[in-house]
Write a protein that binds this ligand. Structure first.
Ligand SMILES: *Cc1c(COP(=O)(O)O)cnc(C)c1O
Length: 376
């Protein structure tokens, strides 16, 4: 059996190595390092893939969220609602811009924003909702879109973990993750489903004037050379990363299908165990691209299980061990512990298993055997 890895970037690189190396070489030979043709090609290809009018590439997924918020002309103190159970980026950029983060609880089965908690968090000051499509599964966008409309709130989807997921609305329409809200954002961090060989990110929108504004924000607030109309940032996707992403984008559906196949195999082997809750897919199967395969373990010391798996050569991850409302930087007296029953529980009981496009059945069987042996 091959050595088990949490993500196998070498295994994914090998079959495309020649093509990738040529593309990198091409950028070097043309010295088109910044905003070269590879960047505009990738932008167009991703627009076509997602079925969206505008993709604005940028330096990373955190910048993408920050830039999205900057484009909305918000005032200090405006409230931005997001989840307590996510990577810190999402809340970090809200606080950085002097907006007020309002964290809410998640759903115990999907780990995505809890609609009742979202609804009760809405106030007159609420301007934006940032649903995070956590672990690759699109949040309940039927309900979120409805609530946002009713209360005149904008949606920025954090699709860092869900690129390629295809959400099916109750009326049967399908739309890719990140293309449903006013703005969507993603990350091309190497371990993401569409990973570069360094940092990268992108902002998506169907709104022409917003896209124009965002293109200026990522470029120092410049719409005409050396005329700075708004305060911007310097946030670019490197041409070398764009050239690599252009190749990997062709295989994204294949990669996501391999992840799904691995997830189904895990679930088949672990589903009947009384101490394990396997991941639930809400609605359509295409709405989950398994960035992570995350179990909830019951009546079990989760950290002991993680240690046992590590001792047996099985890496695993704890996403996320501390809810954001408990982090020093994001504590607030507006919160009450009973508002975060689910995230408090999840932070102690979730465990993510190895998940990537190169995982094989032997490895999955070995991992599941060890888990079951530990839980008995
Ligand atoms: C990875 C991630 C980000 C940030 O992406 P970077 O490219 O690392 O800045 C933001 N939100 C979520 C949910 C993520 O998983």
């Amino acid at each position: 059996m091959k050595k088990i890895k949490m993500v196998d970037l070498t295994g994914q690189y090998e079959p495309i190595a020649k093509e990738v190396n040529l593309a990198i070489n091409d950028v070097i030979e043309n010295t088109s390092f910044i905003n070269g043709p590879a960047v505009s090609n990738f932008q167009k290809n991703l627009e076509n893939y997602l079925g969206i009018k505008h993709v604005i590439p940028c330096a990373n997924g955190t910048d993408a969220l920050q830039i999205a918020l900057m484009s909305l002309d918000l005032d200090p103190g405006d409230e931005v609602i997001t989840v307590d159970f996510t990577f810190a980026s999402t809340v970090e950029v809200i606080a950085l811009l002097k907006l007020t983060p309002v964290l809410v609880d998640v759903d115990s089965e999907t780990f995505n924003i809890n609609i009742d908690s979202l609804e009760s968090a809405i106030t007159e000051k609420s301007k934006v909702i940032i649903p995070v499509h956590l672990f690759g599964q699109v949040a309940n966008m039927d309900e979120i879109v409805q609530l946002a409309k009713t209360h005149n709130i904008q949606i920025i989807e954090d699709a860092a973990q869900s690129i390629g997921a295809n959400y099916k609305f109750l009326d049967g329409r399908k739309q890719k993750a990140g293309t449903i809200g006013l703005i969507g954002t993603t990350s091309f961090f190497p371990s993401k489903n569409l990973g570069a060989y360094g940092d990268g990110g992108a902002v998506f929108t169907n709104n022409d004037s917003l896209a124009y504004k965002i293109r200026g924000i990522v470029n120092h607030g410049m719409y005409k050379r050396y005329h700075h109309d708004v305060v911007g940032v310097n946030s670019r996707l490197d041409s070398i990363q764009a050239a690599i992403l252009n190749i990997k984008l062709k295989f994204l559906d294949k990669y996501n299908n391999s992840r799904k196949k691995a997830a189904l195999k895990y679930t088949e082997l672990l589903n009947n165990h009384s101490k394990i809750q396997t991941p639930k897919i809400l609605g359509d199967e295409d709405s989950h691209v398994f960035h992570q395969y995350t179990l909830i373990v019951k009546d079990t010391n989760r950290d002991e299980l993680a240690k046992y798996l590590n001792q047996n050569g099985i890496p695993c991850g704890i996403f996320y061990p501390i809810p954001l409302h408990k982090q020093k930087a994001y504590k607030s007296n507006r919160y009450d512990e009973k508002d975060f029953e689910v995230t408090n529980h999840l932070s102690k009981s979730v465990i993510s298993l190895p998940m990537h496009s190169e995982l094989d059945d032997d490895q999955i069987e070995f991992i599941c055997e060890k888990i079951i042996k530990f839980l008995k």
